[in-house]
Design a binder for this molecule. Sequence first.
Ligand code: UTP
Length: 483
Amino acid sequence: MGSTATTTTADLASLRARLAEIGQDHVLNFIDRLDDARRGALLTQIAAIDLAGLPKLVDEYVKKKPGFVLAPDLAPAPFYAHDHRAEGGWDRATYKKAGEALIGAGKVAAFVVAGGQGSRLGYEGPKGCFPGGAVSKKPLFAIFAEGLLATERRYGKAIPWYIMTSPLNHEATVAFFKDHHFFGLRPQDVMFFSQGVMPSLDIRDGRMLMASTSEIATNPDGHGGSLKALAVSGALADMKKRGVEHLSYFQVDNPLVRVVDPVFIGLHAAAADSSGEMSSKMIPKAYPEEKLGVFCMANKKLDVIEYSDLPADLSKERGTDGRLKFLAGSIAIHVIGVSFIEKLNHDPAFSLPYHRAEKKIACVDPATGEAIAPASNNGVKLERFVFDALAFARKPIVYETDRLEEFAPIKNATGVDSVESCAQLQTARAAKWLEAAGVKIARKADGTPDCVLELSPLTALEPVDLVGKHLPKQIEAGARLAL
Ligand code: UTP
C-alpha cells in the first residue's frame, strides 16, 4: 500500500526526504541518470512499498532476529487418522459422498500457489513448467491439469482452477499455458493472478537491496500472500460469482497431489468439529529430524511449528504406541473456505506474521551501481506462510494421509526432495497401484521397483480406477513406462 508515483521535482524532493527519514534514500541514488521509462518504473515501485511500515520490519526481522517462543500449553494436534476403522474411527464413505456432492454441484475450485522462486531447484522459468513426469517428462502444470480433467469427467462438473503467480513469473506462466492450449482445460476456467512482493533487505542494516540502478530487489511475499492476493486480484469475487465455496489448495512442486480430494473436502465441509474455514492434510513424520513443520496446539490454537523450532527432546518423544508424539508433518495441502478468505480480508486485525530467510541476492552497490554477486547470504527475504492462517480459523481440522499416496515434492536438483526422489516415489506409488490390479512388477533385491513408472491421473485418480483397465500383465526389469 503506497501512494501514487511521484512526478514533479517538488514531489521528488519530498519523497527523498521521506526516504531519508527511514534510512532508505539510497534507492534514489541514480534517479537523475535514468531515462523517463526507468525513472517512472522506479517511482511506481517505491509508491507500492509500505514505507511507513518498513522501519518496524527492519527492526524486528533484520536488526533483531525474532526468537521462537514455545507455548506453555504446546501439545500435538489431534487429527483424523488415515485408518478410519481404527479406534475412534470415522465414516469415510459419508465424508467422501459429502465431498463428491460439493464437487458435483460446482462448489469446489482448485488453487495452486506457483509464485515461488524455486531457487533451490535452479530451474530457469516457473517451477510449474518443470518436466516433473518420471517417464513422460510432462510439465508439473500438465500433471495437475490431467488431475483436474479426470475429476471433471468423473463428477460431470467444471472445476475452476486459480493459479497464483508472482510478478517475476506471471507472464511466462500464462504464455506456457497458452502455448500448451491450457492442457485441454477450458481457458475460461483457468484464472491467473499475481501475488504481491516485498523489498529484499540488506542483511547488515535492512536497507532495501537494489537489483539494478533503477530497480529495488524484491521477492514474492510468500504463499501466505495468497490470502490477500485472492481478494485484491478479483479471484475471490470470481469464485463467488461461480458459486465456489471451497478451495483445494496445493503447491506447484508435488506431482502426486490429489488435486481435488473428495474425502478431504467432505471432512472439511461436513465434519462436526470443523467450521469449514480451513483444514490441512498431514503425513506422519518418518523420523524426528525430518524437515517438516509439525501440526501442534499452541495457545489453544492449531499451529504449524517449523522443524527447526521444535525442541529436539520434544521431536523425539514417543507415545505408548511407539509413534512420535509430535507426529503430524505438514505437506502444504489445505482446503480453505471462500467465506473464510473473505472474512479475513474484511478483518482489520488480520495480518499474518513474517518469516525471515537469509539468502544470496544478486544486487548492485548503491553507491557505485556496480554489480555484486554475493558469495554468502547478503539479504533477508520476508515471507508470509499460509498455514499461519490456521490460527484465525474456528475449529480447523487435520487429516492424515499416506505419504506414498500423495507426497513427492521437487525442491532440489539432487538429494532429498529432488527430481530423482520424486521419480522414485512416482514409480513406487504406480507399482503399488498396478500390483493391486494384478500386474507383476520386477523388483530389486531391496524390494524397490526395478523400473521407472508413471501413472497419469487420467488413467487413475485412485487405485480402484485401474480395475478393468487394459494393463500389461508384467513390467520387466529396466522398463520405463508411462500409463
Ligand atoms: P517453497 O517454500 O518451496 O519456495 O514454496 P520456493 O520459492 O518455490 O522455492 P525455493 O525456496 O526458492 O527453492 C512452496 C510453494 O509455495 C509457492 C511455491 O511456488 C511452491 O508452490 N510460493 C512460495 C508462492 O506461491 N509464493 C511465494 O512467495 C513463495
